[in-house]
Design a protein around this ligand. Structure first.
Ligand SMILES: [Zn+2]
Length: 133
């Protein structure tokens, strides 16, 4: 148990345990290990698991160093393609946001137009009734 950190660092980059067959269920901090997905350009979409203090790596007392990759390294072709796909998704998302804004504007204009038409209809009916001899 005391060599967990050591065995984890020798495993780094070499074993790709599925989350269930990994020897680490808790880290040296005594916390359950967490699974995350990397979004760095070198490891896009690659899952890893380890100490829940991973993001606080610089604060050594909150990160015990337990870390292992779940997925194997990306192939060069995937590393070439995925960033472009992510950019495309991001562009589509912003376009969708824009379109939803426009749709909301059109909806509110439609509601306003309906109110105006109803008002004009009421005025017209009142005028017709009032003009009757
Ligand atoms: Zn830990």
């Amino acid at each position: 148990m005391s060599n967990r950190t050591t065995s984890s660092s020798t495993r780094r980059g070499t074993t790709y345990a599925s989350s269930s067959d990994s020897p680490f269920q808790t880290c040296n901090c005594g916390e359950p290990v967490v699974m995350r997905t990397s979004w760095t350009s070198a490891n896009l979409g690659r899952r890893f698991r380890g100490c829940s203090g991973y993001r606080l790596m610089k604060l050594k007392r909150l990160y015990c160093g337990i870390f292992e990759w779940i997925d194997p390294p990306m192939c060069p072709r995937a590393m070439e393609i995925i960033p472009g796909l992510l950019k495309r998704i991001s562009r589509s998302d912003s376009k969708l946001k824009e379109l939803n804004k426009e749709l909301a504007n059109v909806e509110s204009m439609r509601r306003r137009a309906t109110k105006i038409i109803l008002c004009l209809l009421v005025v017209w009916v009142i005028t017709i009734v009032a003009m009757k001899p």
